[in-house]
Ligand binder design. Structure first.
Ligand SMILES: C[S@@+](CC[C@H](N)C(=O)[O-])C[C@H]1O[C@@H](n2cnc3c(N)ncnc32)[C@H](O)[C@@H]1O
Length: 163
C-alpha cells in the first residue's frame, strides 16, 4: 500500500495501451464518479504513474491478493483475460464492512462474469456514448458501464450516465 500524495498532474502521465488492456480512466469522468460515488480512498489496480488515489496497489504488489476492507474503491481493471477475477474480487470485497467498490468496465453483457457478479451489483450505470481512455483521440471500440458493489445482492438501480 502506498500512502502519500498523488503525483501532480504535470508529472502524472496517463497510460494507454490497448495491447496491455491498460485503459486509463479519463480524469474528468473519474472526477464525476468521485463526486457521485466517492470520495474514493483506494485504487487497487494502478501504477505510480496512473493511480487515481493516494492509496493504491501496483501489479507487482498484486491488488487481487490484498484486502480492500474499509475503503471506497475505484477499480478500472486491466481489460484483458483475467478481468473476471477483478470483478469477482470487487463483488466479494464489497461484502466486507464499510467497503464499497465502484468498477469501470466494458459492458460485456454476454459474459459469465456479467451474469455471475454484475447482475448482483447494487447499481449499473451504462455510459452513453464511448469514453476516450488515456491520451487517445479516439473513442474506445467498446461500450462501458459503471458498476457499484455495495454489499447487497439486489440490483436496485440501472440507468444511463453521461460521459
Ligand atoms: C486500466 S489501468 C487503470 C489505471 C488507473 N487506475 C486508472 O483508473 O486510470 C489498470 C492498471 O492496473 C495495473 N495492474 C495490472 N495488474 C495488476 C495487479 N495484479 N494488481 C494491481 N495493479 C495491476 C496496470 O499496471 C495498470 O496500471
Amino acid at each position: 500500500m502506498h500512502w502519500g500524495p498523488q503525483m501532480d498532474k504535470s508529472t502524472q502521465k496517463t497510460m494507454f495501451s490497448s495491447k496491455t488492456g491498460n485503459w486509463a480512466t479519463p480524469q474528468d469522468f473519474f472526477d464525476k464518479l468521485n463526486w457521485r460515488f466517492g470520495p474514493f480512498t483506494l485504487d487497487p489496480c494502478a501504477s505510480t504513474h496512473n493511480t487515481k488515489c493516494a492509496n493504491f496497489f501496483t501489479e507487482s504488489e498484486n491488488g487481487l491478493e490484498k484486502d480492500w476492507e474499509g475503503f471506497t474503491c475505484f477499480v478500472n481493471p486491466p481489460y484483458g483475460r483475467g478481468i473476471d477475477k477483478w470483478i469477482e474480487k470487487g463483488y466479494n470485497e464489497a461484502k466486507k464492512s464499510h467497503t464499497k467498490v465502484v468498477m469501470l468496465i466494458p459492458a460485456r453483457t454476454d459474459t459469465k462474469y456479467w451474469h455471475n457478479y454484475v447482475m448482483n451489483a447494487s447499481e449499473i450505470h451504462f455510459v452513453k456514448g464511448r469514453l476516450k481512455f488515456g491520451d487517445s483521440e479516439n473513442p474506445a471500440p467498446f461500450p462501458s458501464a459503471v458498476v457499484v458493489f455495495d454489499g447487497g445482492n439486489e440490483l436496485w438501480r440501472v440507468e444511463g450516465i453521461n460521459r
